[in-house]
Design a protein around this ligand. Structure first.
Ligand code: AMP
Length: 281
């Protein structure tokens, strides 16, 4: 099956072709037609399945009709992290190059003064993290009553990060009638409850998990005592001096300790965890 059969505009098909995509992924095949028809969608899909394009593509065509009004975005996409928000923004730019739609981001690390100017003029697409958005709402900088399409992406991750009360509050700031697209990789009971609240007669689309590991990766495990772990790691790293490595730890503190230890043993190591500020990351 090709993208031509999904009901997307010629401009969009051109941009998709230029992005190098020939066939829609399963979630795109199943979600794009109902989104174009104005239906609510519940997408149970992980990152890697092509789920971003499954809402970005039809949204571009739906939003191509109509005009934006000052401070009242026509669509809102909630993302749990600024990195994901930035990725979605890139998708809008890539696929929307033949559309004249405007976009603003309300996330940490992006100057709000610039985004404010865009919002003031009116945007078609607003991409935000929940806390930052509420902050700007409280200051009267943005109104949500003009939102026609509301996307909640990575709902289970938002839950893990404690954002669900914020998401629920944001839901109450919108007009009654709007289309909601809800994506989550998993459906624990709290998320199921949220979908009952937010979605009206949704088209449910569930796709298989993408391959979990690249076929080029060899997996093995080593049994070592707690005190021998660092030495075992050094041995593995020394076994292939050309190789680069990513090491995951289950606590931020351990990340720092391990980094210090590796450096002490002459490895060039860096760390990344949630207690570091943005410039340090
Ligand atoms: P996502 O699940 O949205 O994070 O997308 C995963 C990756 O798949 C991204 O790098 C996309 O650029 C890519 N992708 C999305 N749709 C397609 C498609 N139809 N064909 C090939 N690659 C795609």
């Amino acid at each position: 099956m090709s993208f031509d059969l999904l009901g997307l505009s010629d401009e969009l098909l051109k941009a998709v072709g230029e992005a190098g995509y020939e066939t829609p992924t399963p979630i795109q095949k199943q979600a794009i037609p109902p989104v174009l028809m104005g239906q609510d969608v519940l997408g149970i899909a992980q990152t890697g399945t092509g789920k971003t394009a499954s809402f970005v593509l039809p949204m571009l065509d739906v939003l191509a009709q109509g005009r934006s009004r000052a401070r009242m975005p026509r669509s809102l996409i909630l993302e749990p992290t600024r990195e994901l928000a930035a990725q979605v923004a890139e998708n809008f730019e890539k696929y929307g190059k033949y559309h004249e739609l405007t976009m603003a981001l309300i996330i940490g690390g992006v100057s709000f003064t610039d985004q404010m100017k865009l919002l003031d003029r009116g945007v078609d697409v607003l991409i935000a993290t929940p806390g930052r958005l509420l902050d700007q709402f409280e200051r009267g900088n943005v109104m949500l009553t003009g939102v026609d399409i509301f996307v909640i992406d990575e709902a289970d991750r938002m839950m893990d990060m404690g954002f669900i009360p914020d998401v629920e509050r944001i839901g109450t700031l919108m007009a009654q009638r709007h289309q909601t697209l809800f994506f989550s990789a998993t459906m624990p009971p709290a998320i199921k409850k949220l979908t009952d609240k937010f979605l009206k007669d949704p088209k449910v689309v569930e796709v298989a998990r993408p391959a979990q590991t690249a076929t080029t990766v060899t997996q093995f495990y080593l049994q070592v005592g707690p005190r021998d772990k660092r030495e075992a790691l050094r041995e593995i790293l020394n076994g292939d001096p050309e190789a680069t490595a990513i090491v995951f730890c289950n606590r931020k503190k351990d990340v720092s300790i391990l980094e210090g230890s590796l450096r002490k043993h002459g490895f060039s190591a860096g760390q990344l965890h949630g207690d570091m500020d943005q410039p340090a990351r």
